[in-house]
Design a protein around this ligand. Structure first.
Ligand SMILES: CC(C)(COP(=O)(O)OP(=O)(O)OC[C@H]1O[C@@H](n2cnc3c(N)ncnc32)[C@H](O)[C@@H]1OP(=O)(O)O)[C@@H](O)C(=O)NCCC(=O)NCCS
Length: 153
């Protein structure tokens, strides 16, 4: 089955919004405490096309089967760095283990290289075992651990 990855356009907004909502629901189910961002077509439309921001969609048979959101930020300082991050990536359950996410990540890395990126990183939930295996497979290794104390208030 042929998968094609491209930058998301207006025609993908409804599918992208639905998939982004699924991503955040899945993250919450896996223990994420992060607030769910905008998951509607109107707000997503305002995010497309921003500089060094990459919204990618993976298409099969004219259907969106996965997406990736990544960006490159400039961290100022004497040794300023351009640090890219993969913020969100998801493949619809029916298309998993078919190389969709790998292709999305490969394409994002090409976008980051064009941004002039020095490093690429991402955050993954401690308990997200499937994602842990995936990230290892595509070449990412643990670098820094975020610790958080549960609020008692
Ligand atoms: C993680 C996720 C994006 C992987 O998407 P995918 O399209 O199925 O991944 P790929 O087919 O490109 O997998 C590439 C490789 O990663 C590894 N991998 C992917 N999913 C895996 C799983 N569930 N268990 C073990 N290894 C896995 C395998 O080595 C796989 O290669 P193989 O199928 O040839 O063995 C997908 O499971 C998903 O959408 N999960 C929910 C959202 C999520 O957790 N996103 C990551 C947040 S950090």
């Amino acid at each position: 089955m042929i998968t094609q990855v491209s930058a998301a356009g207006q025609e993908h907004l409804d599918a992208l919004a639905a998939l982004r909502l699924s991503f955040w629901q899945d993250q919450a189910a896996k223990g994420s405490r992060e607030p769910t961002p905008a998951c509607n077509a109107e707000e997503l439309a305002s995010l497309l096309g921003r500089r060094r921001t990459h919204w990618l969609v993976a298409m099969r048979d004219n259907k969106v089967v996965g997406y990736l959101f990544g960006q490159t930020k400039i961290v100022p300082g004497e040794q300023a760095q351009k640090i890219s991050s993969i913020e969100e990536v998801m493949t619809v359950p029916a298309a998993r283990r078919g190389g969709v996410a790998r292709l999305l990540v490969d394409t994002a890395l090409e976008c980051f290289a064009r941004d002039g990126s020095d490093r690429t990183q991402l955050r993954v939930l401690w308990d997200n075992a499937e994602a842990g295996s995936f990230w290892r497979d595509v070449g990412f290794a643990p670098y820094l651990t975020t610790l958080e104390r549960e609020s008692t208030a």
